[in-house]
Design a protein around this ligand. Structure first.
Ligand code: NAD
Length: 442
């Protein structure tokens, strides 16, 4: 149901938890989720156009995200009856088994940058495990979550097990996270909001998982195919107009190839097409709001004032609709890791390129951040790849690639980037309680 009333949604979810959904067999729950995937695909273009309008993202990206959301429901639909318990060989005569049971009402709180996709990362494993869900989309981007609510109910989920509550974060969020009927909170958003949610939910001992901010590094060694790294890293920082928690917004480049890298990266940046979301040629759409664009522009100034060189970008493009919050992607070179542009999450199209000397220097700079979400490492030296991959403290790292997210693998952060992991089999652990049962044979 769509509701503007968190207590009513939580009443409905509590009834659903006492009702049929948690008791439905894992196989039947799985079939229902597969029908959700089919339902999303049947309305894929409607979802994609709505998401492009919702979040201002290029239609090509929106289509990819809609398919990825469908694939997430398909994955957990297929996984749920293979999520096995355990038999423990205890020393007493009898049989000891570990059961996985649904945790209870789950509040799923979602940001505005990937509205449908991040909702699916939370809703699919929560429902697969037998829980009722209450989805709170970001107030700027409620539309695709509301459409997903329709698809979930059409696929056969009990209406009381699914609520979508659009509205302001502070009021609706506090009502959800402070309510004792909520057993589990899954949040994606800013680190400061995550810390606030830990405080609000602490009296209720709610289970909390947090996917938070990032300031990820792409580390490019001189022995790598650094030209490929330069070309591919452009979208790894500017994709979604830089409004991506996984953005490689710090690009660490070994000093012997630094100048050539900066020049190639800047050329590739200038070649990006900034434009309207529904234009199929657009690579970067507008930013989400005037306020978010102002923040990004201010950071460009902060970087230049601290001594960085603005190589390109950071301007409002003349060719774009003045009603949109467009900004050309900005490249800052000569950045030192102590500057604010290298330390703070900008969440906009601003890349900081930082030189390093050797392996030890690269590891030290990469780890010198409060965050630890994502990152890349570019080298042709296998031994170095193993050493540096193990030394960087981050939840997700790709070697000679910029992909961070795969439906089948765990995703989440170290340090201030979060608690717990989404996606893959690991996500099921957040949405289940572990029960140990011993059957005496005496
Ligand atoms: P945000 O923290 O402002 O809001 C996220 C959600 O929380 C929204 O639905 C918002 O309405 C709600 N909210 C706000 N205050 C709340 C409160 N007190 N209690 C409960 N809910 C509240 O974040 P945002 O601006 O929407 O998203 C950008 C941030 O999200 C960035 O920091 C980004 O790095 C992070 N992010 C992280 C990941 C990840 O997987 N780690 C993915 C996407 C975005």
């Amino acid at each position: 149901m769509c509701s503007s009333d968190p207590p009513a949604a939580l009443d409905a979810a509590s009834r659903a938890f006492a009702g049929a959904w948690p008791a439905t067999s894992a196989t039947e729950r799985g079939r229902t989720l597969i029908r959700v995937a089919t339902g999303i695909r049947a309305r894929a273009e409607e979802f994609a156009v709505l998401e492009a309008r919702n979040a201002g993202k290029p239609i090509g990206d929106a289509r990819w995200e809609v398919e990825a959301a469908a694939a997430t429901f398909e994955y957990y639909g297929g996984a749920v009856n293979k999520y096995l318990g355990e038999v423990i060989p205890v020393s007493e005569p009898g049989l000891d088994v570990v059961l996985r049971e649904p945790v209870g009402v789950c509040a799923l709180i979602v940001p505005w940058n990937f509205p449908l996709l991040i909702t699916s990362w939370k809703a699919a494993p929560a429902l697969a495990a037998g829980n009722p869900i209450v989805i709170k989309p970001a107030s700027l981007t409620p539309l695709t979550a509301l459409l997903l609510g329709e698809v979930l109910v059409d696929a056969g989920l009990p209406p009381e097990a699914v609520s979508v509550i659009p509205g302001p974060g502070r009021t609706i969020g506090d009502l959800l996270t402070g309510d004792p009927r909520v057993a589990k909170i899954s949040f994606t958003g800013e680190t400061a909001t995550g810390a606030q949610i830990l405080r609000t939910s602490s009296d209720n001992i709610a289970r909390v998982s947090l996917e938070l901010g990032g300031k990820s590094a792409s580390v490019v060694f001189a022995d790598a195919d650094w030209m490929r790294a330069a070309d591919e890293t452009v979208m790894a920082v500017f994709g979604n107009t830089g409004q991506d928690c996984c953005a490689r917004s710090r690009i660490l480049v070994q000093d012997s190839v630094y100048d050539d890298f900066v020049s190639r990266f800047a050329d590739a940046t200038r070649a990006l097409t900034v434009g309207a979301p529904l234009d199929a040629t657009t690579e970067l759409g507008p930013m989400i709001s005037a306020a978010q664009r102002r923040i990004a522009q201010d950071y460009v100034g902060i970087g230049v004032e601290a001594g960085a060189e603005l190589v390109t970008g950071g301007e409002v493009p003349d060719a774009c609709d003045p009603n949109g919050f467009f900004l050309t992607p900005a490249v800052l070179a000569g950045v030192d890791n102590s500057m604010r542009v290298a330390r703070e999450e900008i969440f906009g199209p601003v890349a900081s390129i930082i030189p390093f000397r050797d392996e030890a220097d690269a590891i030290e700079i990469a780890n010198d951040t409060p965050y630890g979400l994502s990152g890349s490492l570019w080298t042709r030296d296998l031994g170095r790849g193993i050493r540096v991959a193990r030394a960087i403290r981050t939840g997700v790292l790709s070697v000679n690639s910029n992909r961070s997210v795969r439906t089948e693998t765990p995703f989440g952060g170290y340090k201030h980037s979060g608690l717990g992991r989404e996606l893959g089999p690991h996500a099921m652990d957040h949405y289940t309680e572990v029960k140990n049962v011993f059957f005496s044979a005496e």
